[in-house]
Design a protein around this ligand. Structure first.
Ligand code: PGA
Length: 260
């Protein structure tokens, strides 16, 4: 079975390094040394070093929320893969819908960022997902196909096996609306089918595909129990250590039970 990955995407929160350290410490203390489920935290860039210090000695991974494709040079405001590794990052979120839709990132950009992350030996978490209008006009699969083929273009099966995907329906992010376990599982199965077609069955079986979009302590168990859902990318509920730990616990219970 694939090991579940529960990642907390803090987005533009919290406001101070002290608050970031306290939140990371709360998760660290609550998790202890457990490794039955993989856990990662994605604070804003400016708090990465502080959070890395707090996480020392814990199995929790450190994720950035974005990466630029160039290594260095005249690119004002950008941050590169080697820089992220230098401050302790193990993971990086790429192509979050708030960047695709808010900052005009295309699947081509995501592909360049993904290759830069792999070159830096970061574990990429590549986000894909349809908007509400796209779902209502039955374009979900068409949109996902464009995002999958564009974002993952040129990868070898071996590289693909090391990429984490996060299916995040845009209409479920931060809205309190969650895809039902049936809706989410159907899309995850579609994604796994595409991976099988393009990269082969052995690779498709290894790829961790997270679900994201209003994952909370009270819906985590049902979502994480779905056969093709391999973890969660958590926004709002990752800002309270207690809520995030409850989601991790739901994952640990699923891992202990095993999936059919
Ligand atoms: P949410 O965010 O859990 O607040 O919906 C998820 C995400 O954007 O990764």
């Amino acid at each position: 079975m694939r090991t579940l990955l529960i990642a907390g995407n803090w987005k533009l929160n919290p406001t101070t390094a002290e608050a970031a350290a306290a939140l990371a410490d709360g998760v660290k203390q609550g998790l202890g040394s457990a490794t039955d489920v993989h856990v990662a935290l994605a604070p804003p860039f400016v708090f990465l070093t502080r959070v890395d210090q707090v996480l020392e000695g814990s199995p929790i991974g450190l994720a950035a929320q974005d990466v630029y494709w160039e290594t260095n040079g005249a690119f004002t405001g950008e941050i590169s893969g080697p820089m992220l590794v230098d401050v302790g990052c193990t993971h990086v979120i790429i192509g979050h819908s708030e960047r695709r839709h808010g900052q005009g990132e295309t699947s081509g950009h995501v592909n360049q960022k993904l290759k830069a992350a792999l070159a830096a030996k970061l574990i990429p978490i590549v986000c894909i997902g349809e908007t509400k209008d796209e779902r209502l006009s039955e374009k979900t699969e068409e949109v996902l196909l464009e995002q999958l083929s564009g974002s993952l273009a040129g990868l070898s099966p071996e590289e693909m096996a090391g990429v984490v995907l996060a299916y995040e329906p845009v209409w479920a992010i931060g809205t309190g609306l969650t895809a039902s376990p049936e809706q989410a599982q159907a899309v995850h199965a579609f994604i796994r089918g595409w991976l099988t077609e393009v990269f082969g069955e052995a690779t498709a079986r290894r790829v961790v595909v997270q679900y994201g979009g209003s994952v909370k302590p009270d819906n985590a168990a049902e979502l994480l129990s779905c056969p093709d859902i391999d973890g969660a990318l958590v926004g709002g509920a990752a800002l309270k250590a207690g809520d995030f730990l409850a989601i991790i616990k739901a994952g640990q219970e699923v891992a202990a039970r095993g999936k059919s």
